[in-house]
Design a protein around this ligand. Structure first.
Ligand code: B16
Ligand code: MG
Length: 213
């Protein structure tokens, strides 16, 4: 029985997944790293900033020191945060506000479980802040998806057993993390074909999502 829903942020609740991609692309271009493509971005979804950087550096023709990597990650984050300047409600994906209200009516607990250290900023700018019973994000974790840590923290904060939680994710790493944590998983967006997930849907506006409850 599902008693709580844990939402991933980028690519599930908001369109910021595209802004992450654009920021990495700009960084790669500035560094003269060619060959970083949109399909590479699929492996950056859901994983930490440093793990995402490694996907870009696979295309580089030299090795980077840890100090250089930290500087590159910071540069990318500055580009990304600058691109959030005009972020507002219109960045919230189809069906999200309505689905959150539907869950409230059904007395199902809600949480955010995101790898992003920018989660508080994004929730604030998009009008999503305050709509959830708990938030767990990259600021709380030691390990990145596919490790389940971020979702386990969210469930613990809600006080709901892991087996009663449904995670909604747009990344293969996130679906793997949900299953590793003993939770149900609904794959949407870029992950909608994921066969490891218990449920699949195009987005939160899809009728199939409400059909789960
Ligand atoms: P930041 P999610 C993830 O968010 C993104 O999908 C991933 O591409 C990004 O690297 C990660 O957040 C870290 O984000 O650099 O803002 O800390 O999908 O887990 O909500
Ligand atoms: Mg995501």
């Amino acid at each position: 029985m599902i008693k709580a829903v844990i939402f991933d942020l980028d690519g599930v609740l908001v369109t910021t997944d595209e802004l992450h991609y654009q920021a990495w692309k700009q960084l790669a271009e500035e560094e003269g790293i060619t060959g970083f493509m949109r399909e590479d971005n699929l492996r950056q979804r859901g994983v930490s900033r440093m793990a995402s950087l490694e996907v870009v550096l696979e295309k580089a023709d030299r090795q980077y020191s840890d100090k250089e990597k930290a500087a590159l990650a910071e540069r990318k984050n500055n580009i990304y945060v600058a691109s959030l300047a005009n972020l507002d409600k219109s960045a919230v994906l189809d069906g999200a506000f309505e689905f959150i209200a539907f869950l409230k009516e059904k007395n199902i607990e809600t949480a955010v479980g995101s790898a992003s250290k920018n989660t508080p900023l994004i929730l604030e700018k998009t009008g999503l802040a305050g709509l959830f019973d708990a938030v767990s994000c990259g600021l709380d974790t030691q390990k990145s998806k596919p490790d389940p840590e971020v979702f386990l923290i969210a469930a613990d904060r809600l006080g709901v057993p892991y087996e009663n939680c449904l995670v909604i994710e747009d990344s293969d790493a996130g679906i793997q993390a949900a299953k590793a944590g003993g939770m149900y998983a609904l794959a949407v967006g870029a992950a909608k074909e994921n066969q490891q997930a218990d449920y699949r849907a195009a987005d939160l506006a899809d009728e199939a999502v409400r059909g789960i409850f």
